[in-house]
Design a protein around this ligand. Structure first.
Ligand code: ISE
Length: 342
């Protein structure tokens, strides 16, 4: 572990990048935010001005090459990730890349290969649910074998609202991608086949958008995962996962945090709690733990958590998911064999 603080640059300071900037500046130890870059230069300048010693850099690739930046956090849109992650690999700089790794399997595979050719693991994918304490405990419980073999997962993923520009394919690529990663993580195996069903949309859905969507994953071993993704439920953010095993079940993400009481206003018993409206609130702790784990591992010269391979696998599953969305038919996941990858 180096004694030096890790000097971090962030590319992309929209919602998520700005959230990570606050996190690095105020809630992460061993790291210092030194530079930000965004195509919206006013936004980058405004954000940089809020922190001491943070520069706004116009060209994201110049930020990667900057001698005062030790590691890079990429929170830009997915379609620019290939070039930016590749630049980090070429510069030998550790990178925490928000999902998706890239927009298609071929480009994600190019990054997996480039990292291997460099001979050093440098990429952590931003699948933050793996760092959420409840999901992490669920994983540990399943791995302990106490409940026997994992048979089924049932995932629920609801957002309060999304912009009209959030089309049906994005529900697969930007939202369902989390269930893809959680399923691969909890089962410890690949997804072999995806089917995406299109129920009658909510009347709140934007014109032409299929919301909610229900999908089924068939895992390589034959186990089955069901998913509901509903991005305009008009109420709040709900994410949970029920694992069904041979000798019991467990649920991560039940909104159970508040005081449980049977003391209602009259004869009725009630229990209370708020449903968060935003994923940045629901998963704030997961993001804090994720970024701290990235900083700590990077200072030790290691990579922890989801890898470039996990990013590639998720991208390929989502590609199959988007093909299934178009027809409603099951689509096989065409993933390369990790063992034979050169
Ligand atoms: C967003 O990009 C996320 O990653 C959130 O976790 C997810 O709930 C949301 O649907 C996505 O748009």
């Amino acid at each position: 572990m180096t004694d030096q603080e890790l000097r971090v640059g962030i590319i992309g300071v929209g919602l998520m990048g700005a959230d990570h900037a606050e996190r690095l500046a105020h809630r992460t130890s061993g790291a210092r935010l030194v530079a930000v870059s965004d195509p919206d230069t006013a936004r980058a300048g405004g954000l940089a001005g809020r922190f001491d010693g943070v520069r706004a850099v116009t060209d994201p690739l110049a930020l990667v090459g900057d001698g005062e930046v030790d590691a890079v956090l990429i929170a830009s849109p997915g379609f620019v990730h290939e070039e930016q992650v590749l630049a980090c690999l070429e510069a030998g700089k550790p990178v925490l890349c928000e999902k998706p790794l890239t927009m298609d399997g071929a480009s994600s595979l190019r990054l997996v290969r480039a990292e291997r050719e460099g001979g050093r693991a440098l990429v952590q994918l931003g699948f933050m649910r793996r760092f959420d304490p409840e999901y992490a405990r669920l994983k540990a419980l399943l791995d302990s074998g106490r409940l026997g073999r994992l048979l089924l997962l049932h995932n629920i993923h609801r957002n309060k609202d999304v912009p009209d520009s959030f089309r049906s394919e994005m529900i697969v690529r930007d939202s369902l991608v989390h269930e893809v990663d959680v399923s691969r993580f909890l089962f410890g195996e690949e997804i072999a086949e995806v089917t995406v069903y299109s129920p009658t949309p909510t009347s709140a859905a934007a014109e032409g958008v299929i919301d909610p969507q229900v999908s089924v994953f068939r895992m390589a071993s034959g186990a089955v995962v069901t998913n509901e993704v509903f991005v305009r439920n008009q109420v709040g953010y709900e994410v949970r996962c029920e694992a069904v095993c041979e000798r019991g079940s467990a649920i991560a993400g039940r909104p159970w945090g508040d005081l449980y009481t049977t003391a209602g206003s009259g004869d009725e018993g009630v229990w209370g709690g708020m449903v968060p409206t935003d994923f940045r609130d629901r998963f704030a702790l997961a993001y804090d733990i994720e970024v701290q784990a990235w900083v700590d591992a990077t200072r030790r010269g290691e990579v922890v958590g989801p890898t470039a391979w996990d990013g590639y696998a998720a991208t390929v599953v989502c590609e199959a998911g988007m093909a299934s969305l178009a027809t409603g038919a099951p689509v096989a996941v065409d993933i390369v064999d990790q063992e034979t990858l050169t």
